[in-house]
Design a protein. Structure first.
Length: 279
């Protein structure tokens, strides 16, 4: 096993932290401590990025980190808590434990969007409306950029969707994988994060399609896949646009109360994970 690259020392970090600690101002001690911890968290992220650390690698031990960063133990631990919430690290307990590098993804974006929209008093239907604008563009870009590997992955997803028609959990997992692979096939980092995050928020409505509607969705997914495989940008965009419009009408007419309620951050599962096949 090759030696893991260790983050380099950062004298500017030490100086900036010291300046913050000695300038409490109107924030008070607690406010400054939080500000220092957030600044430290950003410095740690930059160190992880600059040193090209990858998921599964361990960050510095606490003693090494305190020495290199020149931070107080409490401030360092608070910085790690910030990073754990953002999906950058996972703290492992026990011997040989400590901060383990992770890769933040669309679950963290979904959580942040839901939090912002709750305080904007935004109902769930705003996500459906946004998807009508967004998703046809995703499909169009996918048709333009999808590789043979992308198209094959989506074909595999469709087989799983068909096999899961009689079991909603299996159907839903494969259905979401198809849409996530479609977003990934744009090879646009923002769309690859944004599209799955919006879909995850819509899924908090807990609407379960019956089997006839699952078969209808499978038919539409196959049409989308065929357009992407043929690199037909217009057909891909039009097929997705029609499906999103139908989806909005169906949900708003069948479940108006669910989609008129304000989005709640608490509805976003803490267990959302990026499918390993999409990493």
């Amino acid at each position: 096993m090759s030696e893991q690259k260790r983050p380099s020392n950062s004298q500017p970090t030490r100086l900036r932290l010291n300046r913050l600690k000695h300038s409490a101002g109107p924030l008070g001690v607690r406010g400054v401590k939080t500000k220092v911890a957030l600044r430290l968290a950003k410095e740690i992220v930059q160190s992880i990025y600059d040193n090209k650390m990858v998921p599964g690698q361990r960050y510095l031990s606490e003693s090494e980190a305190l020495q290199r960063l020149g931070a107080a133990r409490g401030t360092y631990r608070e910085a790690l808590r910030f990073l754990e919430i953002q999906g950058v690290i996972e703290t492992r307990a026990g011997p040989g434990g400590g901060p383990e590098i992770r890769r933040p993804g669309w679950p963290q974006l979904a959580s942040t969007i839901a939090l912002l929209l709750q305080f904007a008093d935004a109902p769930l239907r705003v996500i459906l409306e946004a998807r009508i604008v967004l998703e046809p563009g995703v499909a169009k870009m996918s048709a333009a950029r999808a590789t043979g590997e992308d198209i094959a992955a989506m074909a595999h997803d469709l087989d799983a969707v068909e096999a899961g028609i009689g079991n909603y959990r299996d159907f839903a997992d494969a259905y979401l994988r198809f849409w996530n692979h479609l977003a990934e096939s744009t090879h646009n980092a923002l769309l690859s994060l944004l599209s799955p995050s919006l879909r995850a928020i819509v899924n908090t409505s807990l609407v379960v399609p019956n089997e006839p509607y699952r078969l209808y969705l499978l038919e539409k997914l196959r049409a989308i896949h065929a357009a992407v495989a043929a690199h037909d940008e217009v057909a891909a965009a039009e097929t997705v646009a029609a499906l999103e419009q139908e989806f909005l009408h169906r949900l708003m007419s069948g479940y108006p109360r669910r989609f008129d309620r304000v989005i709640a951050w608490s509805d976003i599962s803490n267990d959302l994970e990026v499918d390993p096949s999409l990493r």
